[in-house]
Design a protein. Structure first.
Length: 287
C-alpha cells in the first residue's frame, strides 16, 4: 500500500493533471495575508475576473445573507461581509466549478458542513469562525480527486458502499491505502493553503491526529457528522459516524448545547439549500 500512497502523492504534485486553484484565488490569499493590503486592492483583483465578481455579487445579494437593498459593487460586498468571507466565497465558487461536473450531492454536503461549522464555532466562541467554515467547505475535496484520478476504483468503491454497507472512508483505505481526508490534506498542501486549513481537512476523520489545530478539527468533524445525520446532500455513503470522544472532549459541549446547535443548523440548512440553487443557476457576467 505504500506504493499506492506514493503514487497518489506523485499525482497530486503533478499539478497539470489535477484541478488547481485559479491564480486569482491564490493572489487574493496573498493579499489577505498582508496587513497593509487595502480593501480597494482586493476589490480590484476580484473585479478583474468577470465570472468571479459575478458570483460574489450574486451570492452577497442572495437571501442567504439577507442584506436590505442591493449590493452593486465588490467593494461594498467586502465592506459588508468582510475580506475573509469574500475570500471564502471566491474559494467556494472555484471549488464548485471543480465539483459540479462530478457530484452536486457532495457539493451540497460540503456547503452544509461549512454552514454547520460556522454555527458551532460561533456557539462556542471559537476564533476565526470563517476560516473554520472554509476548512469545512474543503473537508471532502479529496473525494473529488479520487473520483477524477481513480475513476474505475471510485466506481468499485460506490458498489462496495452500496452492497456491503461500508463507508467510503473504509473502502478508500482498503483499496488505496489512503483515504479522502489524507488525500485532501495533500492537495491543500500543494495549493499552499495554511496549516490551519490543511489539518482540519486531513484529520476530520481522526481528530486525535490533529496536533496544531485540534479545536478547528473537532468543529469540522462534528459539523460533518451532524450534516450527514441530517441527510443533507450526499457525501458518498449513508453511514453516519459516531462523534469521536476526542472531538467531544475538545468542544466541551453539553447534550443540551448540542440540541440547540442541531436546531440552529437545521434552520440554516434551509438557507444553504437556497444558496446551493443560487450558485448552480446560470449567471451573467457584469458588463
Amino acid at each position: 500500500m505504500t506504493e499506492r500512497r506514493e503514487e497518489i502523492q506523485r499525482l497530486i504534485k503533478e499539478t497539470r493533471s489535477l484541478p488547481t486553484l485559479p491564480g486569482i484565488v491564490s493572489k487574493m490569499s496573498a493579499l489577505v495575508e498582508n496587513d497593509k493590503t487595502s480593501i480597494q486592492e482586493i476589490a480590484r483583483l476580484v473585479s478583474s475576473d468577470q465570472i468571479l465578481s459575478a458570483k460574489v455579487l450574486k451570492l452577497v445579494n442572495s437571501p442567504f445573507y439577507g442584506f436590505p437593498g442591493r449590493v452593486s459593487t465588490v467593494s461594498n460586498a467586502l465592506i459588508l461581509l468582510g475580506v475573509n468571507v469574500v475570500k471564502g466565497l471566491a474559494l467556494s465558487a472555484s471549488i464548485f466549478e471543480m465539483m459540479e461536473k462530478n457530484v452536486v450531492g457532495l457539493w451540497e454536503h460540503s456547503l452544509g458542513t461549512a454552514a454547520a461549522a460556522s454555527v458551532i464555532a460561533k456557539r462556542i466562541g471559537a476564533p476565526e469562525a470563517e476560516e473554520i467554515s472554509t476548512a469545512a467547505l474543503l473537508h471532502d475535496i479529496g473525494k473529488v480527486i479520487v473520483k477524477i484520478k481513480f475513476e474505475e476504483e471510485f466506481k468499485h468503491f460506490e458498489s462496495r458502499v452500496r452492497e456491503e454497507a461500508l463507508s467510503m472512508y473504509e473502502a478508500e483505505r482498503e483499496s488505496l491505502g489512503a483515504d479522502h481526508a489524507e488525500i485532501g490534506g495533500w492537495l491543500a498542501k500543494s495549493w499552499f493553503l495554511p496549516d490551519k486549513l490543511i489539518e482540519p481537512i486531513a484529520c476530520h476523520h481522526d481528530v486525535e491526529k490533529s496536533t496544531q489545530y485540534p479545536l478547528k478539527t473537532a468543529i469540522v468533524h462534528l459539523a460533518d457528522v451532524l450534516v450527514k445525520a441530517g441527510g443533507f446532500g450526499f457525501s458518498g455513503d449513508d453511514l453516519v459516524p459516531q462523534i469521536q470522544p476526542a472531538a467531544w472532549k475538545k468542544l466541551g459541549l453539553s447534550e443540551a448545547q448540542l440540541e440547540g446547535i442541531i436546531d440552529e443548523i437545521e434552520e440554516k440548512l434551509i438557507d444553504v439549500k437556497n444558496l446551493s440553487l443560487e450558485i448552480q443557476a446560470p449567471h451573467d457576467a457584469p458588463a
